[in-house]
Structures are given as C-alpha cells and as structure tokens.
Ligand binder design. Sequence first.
Ligand code: NI
Length: 173
Amino acid sequence: MALREIVQFPDPRLKEISQPVGEITEEIHQLVRDMCEAMYDEPGIGLAAPQVGEAIRLFVIDTEWSEEGGERCPQVMINPEFLHKEGKIVWEEGCLSVPDYTADVERASRVTIRAQDLDGKEIVEEAEGLRAVCLQHEFDHLEGKLFIDRISRLKRSLYVKKRKKQLAEEDEG
Ligand code: NI
C-alpha cells in the first residue's frame, strides 16, 4: 500500500480542530498502521492524524527510536488530554508538515497525559524533556495548531515568505 501523504503548511486542514474518536474500529487500526509507516519513513518522532488528512483526535509518537537500527516502539494516543503541566523548557522543534524549518519553542517541561490505547484502555503517562515536548507538539495538531503558531510574529512571517517562495518554485519546476 502506498504511503499516506503528509499534509503540509499552508494546507487549511492543518487548522481544523479534530473530532474525538468514538469506537476504535478496524479503520482506526489501519490508519494507525499507515501513520506509523509514514512516520518512520520520513523519519519523524511523532505524527498526528490531521497530518495525514484525518481530523480525528489521535497521534503516534516514538521518541526512543533513532534511524540507526533502533527498536521501534510507537505509542498511540487516542483522545488525549493533559491532566497536568508544569515548568518551562525551550526546544528546537520541527514538523513534517512544516518543511525545511525549525525554531525554538517554549513548552511545559513536565506533563501528565491521559489517553486511550488501541484497545480502548486508559493510559496515564508522566513525561519530561523531549517526550513532554513531543506530546504537546502532537496534541497541538489536534487543536489545529502548528509550532510556528508559537513563535514570534516576525519569525513566523519570515517562514511563511520562504515557504511561499518554495511552493512557487515547485510550481515552476
Ligand atoms: Ni508536527
């Protein structure tokens, strides 16, 4: 099966607020398999459903994996919500939907998240550092937010300009 295409900025679908997942059907299982495949292929350490054009509240993350033969252990978070956030951390973030760009973003340094797994079982996870950053970044996608919505207006407008130029060049090419 072909890889799912990653929706990229400025596609308006990235701004949608995603809907809660109801029953965890075979289609959801298949979607998660497709999302994992796309995430490892890029490679990325997280991917949210809206990034493959599905406006539903789930994402996959794997912050342990490294390209060099690391073991894959994707974690699926369905209908996630933060129970607690504390502290501050600044991390240089990137996103598969925001090509060729990274920027420092400030987030909570420790979080507690509650979600369901693919069996519908409740998961509660405490995370810090990169893992906490990644959980907040992916959660933002479900709220129609990108990391470039959390940087200064000036930096954002410079990126938007660069991206428009890039798209115009792709069109010509
Ligand atoms: Ni992202």
